[in-house]
Design a protein around this ligand. Structure first.
Ligand code: AMP
Ligand code: MG
Length: 444
């Protein structure tokens, strides 16, 4: 992930190479009460990562991934005129007068099943039994379904007339050869995959799923499934929450789990994990506390940026390009430890970065709007991201109400919410009935 500044600049004149101080590009200036705006911080992080290089992948494995090529069909769909019904291929002229009270008998000259190749010409005054998907014989211009016949074998009695083209799927009517099927950057979904397979494609050039390593820091943390043995212990919810959210965003996730507030353990874990990471996400240890070690340790492992973002929750944020050389550096997003802060930080920063690594636009989740059912108060100078429940009334009008309190430890409320409402730094009060922007949460 080489992005900027070489360590040693070649100096033509000087004999001694000048060693440049390595650092991240200048971060955006704080613009809101000494804090960085949420959008500025997100854009800064996005400017420091690049989409992962694409490679050829099996069609099914590329589900959800972004294509890195335009795909043009080299064949037509259907590839040949074929029957859309089980019945008899005929010439319309031979059955023009056929009706219930005026049946017409024709000799059955043969049978064509789906997959048959050598198709004889249809002679005047005859019919050929034909199955759905089988090629239409030359000379035939319609198919009479079984339901309009006596289903005869040697001779068939036809009780309905036909117009030219009846029950015939025309060659190329779905996809013409040369049709642009998908564009560079499109994300492959199940129906696209079906189409590509339908035109004979089994591999595509696509950007891979980013490998995201997730860990949480804190000596109070206990692995879920183990007993809590001492006072002050809490289960590690964040590494699960963040891992699940990263997976839902399309990443291939390695959940490392918990790491104590111990300098060496943090350093060792991060160093060990770098080899399999396109992105590392950690929680905890980025605030002002005495044991907020991530903040003090990570500068020893790479280029870092710790800042206060004008948002609530999620104010303390850390970012790094971890590793010694430009070539091996791995981006790392360090979010605060309170579970709601960690989740909000994921939505605000981690998810857009994962999408950029995947090459899937838009990187930032588009906001939707709903009308509040009650007064909502916000804090000035911070973007407030509040948990909320959006419902649609029978008339199709979307309304939104807050779920639970403001505390960023309230996991129960978080799981009940289906939206995060966004109240900008200038907003202090929203009166009932006003529209507000929100991010829907239940779509992965
Ligand atoms: P920190 O950001 O490390 O200061 O943690 C802030 C708060 O979040 C503390 O109450 C922690 O106990 C709690 N916390 C930190 N990490 C986790 C985690 N992985 N799971 C649940 N709670 C956590
Ligand atoms: Mg902590």
């Amino acid at each position: 992930m080489a992005l900027f500044g070489r360590r040693k600049k070649r100096q033509e004149e000087a004999e001694e190479p000048v060693v440049e101080v390595q650092k991240l590009p200048d971060p955006p200036a704080p613009t809101i009460n000494g804090m960085r705006s949420m959008a500025d911080h997100r854009d800064y992080l996005l400017s420091l990562v690049e989409p992962l290089p694409p490679f050829g992948q099996n069609l099914l494995e590329a589900q959800g991934l972004a294509l890195c090529e335009d795909i043009v069909s080299t064949i037509e769909l259907p590839g040949f005129d074929n029957s859309s019904m089980d019945g008899y291929a005929v010439r319309c002229a031979d059955v023009a007068e056929a009706a219930e009270d005026n049946p017409i008998d024709l000799p059955v000259a043969g049978e064509i099943a789906a997959g048959d190749g050598d198709i004889p010409q249809l002679a005047v005054g005859t019919a050929v039994k034909i199955m759905t998907g089988a090629p239409i014989p030359d000379g035939a211009d319609a198919v009479i379904p079984y339901e309009g016949t006596n289903r005869g074998t040697d001779r068939v009695r036809i009780m309905v007339s036909a117009t030219p083209g009846l029950h015939i799927r025309r060659r190329g009517e779905d996809i013409a050869a040369g049709t642009l099927l998908m564009n560079d950057g499109d994300q492959l979904g199940p129906r696209n995959i079906g189409l590509l397979a339908g035109v004979g494609i089994d591999k595509v050039l696509a950007r891979p799923r980013p490998r995201v390593v997730v860990l949480s820091t804190g000596s109070e943390l206990v692995q879920p499934g183990s007993p809590l043995t001492g006072g002050g212990q809490v289960y590690d919810s964040n590494s699960y929450l963040l891992a699940a959210a990263a997976k839902a965003a399309g990443a291939l996730v390695y959940r490392v789990g918990l790491v104590s507030d111990d300098r060496e353990e943090i350093k060792q874990t991060i160093s060990d994990q770098m080899v399999r990471a396109d992105l590392i996400v950690s929680s905890g240890g980025v605030s002002q506390g005495d044991y907020d070690l991530v903040k003090s340790v990570m500068p020893e492992l790479g280029l870092t940026d710790f800042c206060q973002v004008a948002m609530q929750p999620g104010k303390p944020q850390g970012f790094g390009l971890i590793g010694e050389d430009d070539e091996e550096r791995v981006p790392m997003i360090m979010v605060p430890g309170n579970p709601v802060s960690a989740f909000v930080s994921f939505e605000a920063f981690v998810r857009p970065v994962i999408r950029k690594l995947m090459g899937v636009e838009p990187y930032v989740r588009p906001t939707e709007r709903a009308f509040t059912t009650h007064v909502i108060r916000s804090v000035k100078n911070k973007t407030q991201l509040a948990r909320a429940l959006v419902t649609t009334d029978p008339g199709g009008r979307r309304t939104v109400e807050l779920v639970g309190g403001h505390g960023s430890h309230l996991l129960g409320d978080l799981s009940k919410a289906n939206a995060l409402i966004l109240l900008g730094p200038d907003v202090e009060t929203v009166t009932a009935g006003q529209p507000i922007a929100y991010w829907p949460l239940n779509d992965g």
